[in-house]
Design a protein around this ligand. Structure first.
Ligand SMILES: [Zn+2]
Length: 336
């Protein structure tokens, strides 16, 4: 036995007029387990077809509303037709677009224009850029492209290079947004007291590590990465290369600002106490509290313990003393 399903969309215009359009037709048997519900492929076809229907209707409606001159209401003459390729998470939609002559009453600097280019200046949807960038910051460009193709009807030509280019564009835009933002606490400490009572302290975990330079394999560069936690906002991650960054302080300051940090708020930094990360936070926020975190303390104690074991062979008394000191340190970290 086979069942047929027809998925349709009802489009209701503002005028009250409504139209019915077919989206997808499916045939489903009842005798096989694999045909229960939608398959992944069918879900992709459904999303793509639905996206196409919605975008095309939106575009047609916009074009129609903008064909007349807004001053004299005369119909503007058509110069030509072209197609806009709109890329989204739900596939690529080819949108027919008009090029219109400006009306003689308009004082325009160009002869013609395309209404849809004004409506859709970016031909890649922000959500597609967002997911690409978010996933690519957690895994490789290749895995990001593969995963997107696995679960969504993204355009066939989307590849690791596309993902990398989009990520770079977003990064450049974020850099531009940082320009001109403050790298220190604004106002003077006397005024800070008048600020509303701040929330619980913000906690920032920060650490540095060396990464080999891909282009010059014999050189390393240091990256600093961290995560900030606040009681009221979702946690935020940040990363920077101190040597390359024009203003690492500003980057960190803006992460904290986005978390709602006030000038009179207490901040606790957790780190291994290395000078590089210590200086960054100290310059920016001298009042901050600095705590050696449990992980780094334990690592240091483990190294010391190995050292004590080695020492016990040559000088049992000294070795025993170091072991005792390490045990005391362990007790202290456990209490903390
Ligand atoms: Zn006109």
């Amino acid at each position: 036995m086979v069942m047929h399903f027809k998925i349709q969309v009802v489009i209701e215009e503002e005028s009250g007029q409504s139209t019915l359009e077919d989206v997808v037709e499916l045939s489903k048997g009842l005798d096989h387990k694999n045909t229960v519900g939608l398959s992944l492929l069918e879900s992709k076809q459904l999303l793509q077809s639905l996206q196409r229907t919605i975008v095309l209707h939106q575009a047609a409606s916009y074009s129609e509303a903008h064909q007349d001159c807004p001053c004299c209401q005369k119909k503007r003459r058509i110069k030509g037709h072209h197609t806009i390729q709109f890329r989204s998470l739900f596939g690529i939609v080819a949108i027919p677009s008009l090029r219109l002559y400006h009306c003689s009453c308009a004082n325009a600097s160009t002869k013609s224009f395309s209404p849809l280019n004004e409506w859709l200046p970016e031909h890649t949807s922000p959500e597609l850029m967002y997911i690409e960038t978010k996933w690519a910051s957690l895994m490789s460009y290749g895995s990001t492209a593969d995963l997107l193709h696995d679960v969504l009807p993204v355009n066939q030509s989307l590849n690791p290079a596309t993902v990398r280019n989009h990520l770079h564009n977003i990064a450049k835009r974020q850099e531009a947004e940082l320009e001109g933002k403050p790298d220190h606490l604004s106002g003077c400490p006397r005024d800070w007291e008048k600020l509303p009572k701040p929330g619980k302290p913000i906690v920032v975990g920060i650490d540095g590590g060396y990464v080999r330079n891909w282009e010059q394999k014999n050189t390393n560069f240091e990256i600093i990465a961290g995560k900030s936690f606040s009681k009221t906002q979702p946690s935020k991650r940040f990363g920077l290369v101190q040597k390359m960054d024009d203003n690492p302080q500003r980057r960190l300051m803006n992460v904290l600002k986005e978390q709602g940090m006030q000038a009179n708020q207490q901040i606790t930094f957790l780190s291994d106490g290395a000078d590089n990360v210590r200086n960054l936070q100290y310059r920016m926020y001298p009042e901050s509290e600095h705590v050696l975190d449990w992980f780094h303390l334990t690592m240091k104690l483990t190294v010391l313990n190995q050292f004590a074991k080695g020492m016990a062979h040559t000088d049992p008394d000294e070795g025993a003393q170091v072991t005792k000191a390490v045990d005391a340190g362990r007790k202290l970290t456990r209490k903390a």
